[in-house]
Design a protein around this ligand. Structure first.
Ligand code: F3S
Length: 586
């Protein structure tokens, strides 16, 4: 990567140690992903705020950065682990609150605006089309790319902070046209009547095409709340932080639609609901506002609750600034009068609610995924109206599948999810240009499922060193991408994502082999925290390493190699990683 003389000086420390460290991260990422230069950014959105996620390791890292680091562009903050003002009323322990407030102070010292929301675009940080950003928070990243037409990779929390301190980010991945090009056509032939339905669409598309930029057609342009739900679910269940929706998103017309793809019908939508349904007996929380609620959703809830009283705790979370407006116009008071709780600064995933609520109903597919992993909740995905019903009556109505759209595969009895062409979803020639910030190519050399699919040779396999180093351990092969936040318990190092092929297995000390990372951008901090706690993998080998895993490996000093034909590496065998080489030892 070419640096200007000024940038070279920053790397040498002319702007102090924090900017030097930040430049080291940015230059490492730029070199890894073949960026030609740094590009100035309009703003940064920083994930990695909750003490529940960062632990003491993350807190100390941030306080070290805050000693002399100051942001060089507007920067906003993701939700914290508690209401920063009313945390006592929320039942937050003193020790947690003390650490959480230190984290927020560290960010504030660096000049970050303490917005504490995953919807910065609702509180003034709303980028214009074509603007370059360094955003973490996967739902906001996807919303910015797809709905606003801005340009950001799915940054890990530390790489977004590094970019904020420098004011620039390496120009690769979704900053470039090639990675934004649609790669798979998705025809939706199911009615989508609620934000929860749009989240279910994100689940279906993310699972079916985790590595490709989808071009979606069929539904009429939806409300912004539905686009937010799709933007939240898609990268949670897949990895693609951009989509194009015909007739609705600004870049959908820039390219011809891909020739190959698949249909999402009623069956796929219902499968998504079923995947996020752990049963509804004994609901003890109804949660709305993931991503954080818009003013319209808050008003809608207030209208629906008029003259009624909830029987189950009902939370609606939003940015503090949005809730202040709701306080001013009386809608927050109306929700409280009905027994509901407006929640600022935090959410049911990043707050320490483990054991306090066990069964939650929510209209967020993303929320279901992370509430299971982060707070051990049993979940049920349901549309807004059914959530309301659950809060008012303490029980869930049985889910009634909507009627199939006329002429859809479901209506005609044909198989849903049929490929659009005989060749199925996508061709090799169309998959290029994804880049690490877009969608890591999970099927390029993806593991074939351990010993059964492995080819019995001993390597060595060569790739590209993301983080140089040497390690030995036993291979642990995942055929699917893994999220280090929400998918792994950092204390034990065990995979906790339900249904994941590695569920229940410990990563500690193993040579983890996987296609790529997925999910939350807090994963970088989670990996760093695991390294500090001794629960991290000894080394990570990927087909295509995404930014979140790369930054976590750099910070945690975990040897990491990508570009390896990981489908050839067998599970459960002693192996060594040295530099850019992986070798079996037996
Ligand atoms: Fe936001 Fe929490 Fe959902 S950070 S996107 S409300 S998991």
């Amino acid at each position: 990567m070419r640096l200007t003389d000024e940038e070279r000086g920053w790397l040498d420390g002319t702007r102090g140690p924090a900017v030097r460290r930040a430049m080291e991260i940015l230059v490492a990422l730029g070199e890894i992903y073949d960026a030609e230069r740094l590009v100035p950014i309009r703003s940064a959105q920083l994930a990695g705020v909750s003490y529940a996620n960062l632990g003491d390791a993350g807190l100390e890292l941030l306080e070290a950065w805050a000693r002399d680091g100051r942001v060089a562009c507007p920067a906003t903050l993701n939700p914290a682990g508690m209401d920063l003002v009313a945390w006592r009323a929320q039942g937050i322990p003193e020790k947690f609150a003390e650490r959480q407030l230190r984290i927020v102070r560290a960010y504030e010292t660096m000049g970050v605006r303490v917005s504490c929301t995953c919807t910065p675009y609702l509180v003034g940080n709303r980028p214009a089309p074509g603007e370059h950003l360094a955003w973490s928070e996967s739902s906001a990243v996807t919303f910015a790319n797809a709905v606003l037409g801005a340009r950001t990779n799915r940054e890990g929390g530390p790489s977004a902070l590094a970019a904020a301190l420098v004011g620039r980010t390496p120009a690769y991945g979704l900053h470039l046209d090639a990675a934004r090009r649609p790669q798979v056509r998705v025809r939706v032939e199911a009615p989508l009547d609620s934000a929860a339905d749009w989240g279910a669409l994100g689940v279906a598309v993310g699972l079916r095409a985790p590595d490709r930029v989808p071009w979606i057609e069929g539904p009429p342009p939806p409300q912004e709340e539905s686009l937010m739900a799709l933007a939240a679910a898609l990268p949670t269940f897949g990895g693609t932080p951009v989509f194009h929706l015909a007739g609705a998103t600004p870049e959908a017309d820039r390219w011809p639609p891909p020739a190959d793809g698949f249909v999402v019908g009623r069956r796929e939508i219902e499968d998504a609901y079923a995947r996020l349904d752990d049963g509804a007996d004994g609901i003890d929380l109804v949660y709305l506002g993931c991503p954080h609620a818009t003013p319209e959703t808050i008003r809608r809830l207030a209208r629906c609750l008029e003259g009624r009283r909830v029987r189950v705790p009902l939370w609606i979370a939003a940015a503090r600034e949005v809730l202040e407006r709701a306080e001013a116009d009386g809608t927050a008071a109306a929700i409280r009068a009905a027994g509901g709780t407006p929640v600022a600064d935090t959410c049911f995933v990043v707050a320490p609610l483990r054991g306090r609520f066990r069964r939650v109903v929510t209209d967020s597919a993303k929320g279901c995924f992370y509430a299971r992993g982060a707070n051990a909740m049993q979940v049920r995905l349901a549309p807004f109206d059914a959530c309301l019903e659950a809060a008012l009556h303490g029980r869930m109505p049985a889910r009634r599948a909507p009627p199939a759209a006329p002429g859809s595969p479901d209506a005609s009895g044909d198989a849903a999810a049929a490929p659009l062409t005989a060749r199925g979803a996508g061709t090799e020639g169309e998959r290029g240009g994804g880049g690490p910030g877009a969608a890591a190519p999970a099927d390029r050399g993806a593991p074939s499922g351990g010993p059964a699919g492995a080819v019995a040779d001993a390597g060595p396999w060569r790739g590209r060193a993301i983080r140089h180093g040497a390690a030995t351990g036993t291979t642990l092969v995942s055929p699917e991408p893994l999220s280090f936040y929400g998918g792994v318990d950092p204390v034990s190092g065990r995979v906790v994502e339900r249904g994941h092929p590695l569920a229940g297995r410990s990563l500690a000390g193993r040579i983890l082999v996987m296609p790529t990372g997925k999910g939350s951008t807090v994963g970088s901090y989670a990996l760093y925290r695991m390294a500090r706690a001794g629960t991290a993998p000894a080394a990570i080998v990927c087909a295509a390493c995404d930014t979140v895993v790369a930054v976590g490996a750099i910070l945690g000093e975990i040897p990491c190699v990508d570009g390896v034909d990981v489908g050839r590496i067998p599970d459960g065998r002693p192996a060594a990683v040295r530099g850019e080489e992986v070798t079996l030892l037996d």
